[in-house]
Every structure is written in C-alpha cells, then in structure tokens.
Design a protein around this ligand. Structure first.
Ligand SMILES: [Zn+2]
Length: 83
C-alpha cells in the first residue's frame, strides 16, 4: 500500500494523466467523477546536495471517487499529489 503510493508519486512527473485500475475487472477505462482533499501540507524536497532551496511544494492527500466505464463499478482511491 505505502510502496504503491510511493511508486505512484515517483512515476508521476506531472498531474496531467493518471491511470486508475478498476479493482473488480482490472480495466483502466476508469473516470474520475469527483475528488476530495483530505489533508494538505507543504514539503521541501531534499534534492541530494543541490543548493538554492526555495523549492517548496504543496502536497495534497486526496480521495478520488472513480467509476469504471467497463463494468460500472464505483470505487474510491486514496492518492497523494504534489504540486
Ligand atoms: Zn471494472
């Protein structure tokens, strides 16, 4: 679970396109119907030795409300987005 979220963050360079898997039929034909911010914080990435700083990011814990267009299953998913 935690590793999944971590991998998700690492693989997500931008907030552009996210792929969700339906837990029922494993389809990726999933649409986000709504989302809710459950927590927010600012983080300062420690980029191994790069000076300068000032790179403060906003990190949001979100609950996504998703629906599978393949089988019609509605489900929720927790995610963390960094801006
Ligand atoms: Zn499905």
């Amino acid at each position: 679970m935690f590793l999944g979220i971590l991998f998700f963050n690492l693989s997500q360079k931008s907030k552009a396109k996210e792929t969700h898997h339906c837990p029922k039929c494993d389809s990726t034909n999933v649409v986000e119907q709504d989302h809710q911010t459950t927590n927010s914080r600012t983080v300062i990435p420690n980029g191994g030795g790069s000076p300068g700083g000032g790179d403060v990011r906003l990190q949001l814990d979100m609950k996504l409300f998703l629906r599978c267009k393949n089988c019609g299953n509605g489900f929720q998913k927790q995610t963390t987005r960094t801006y």
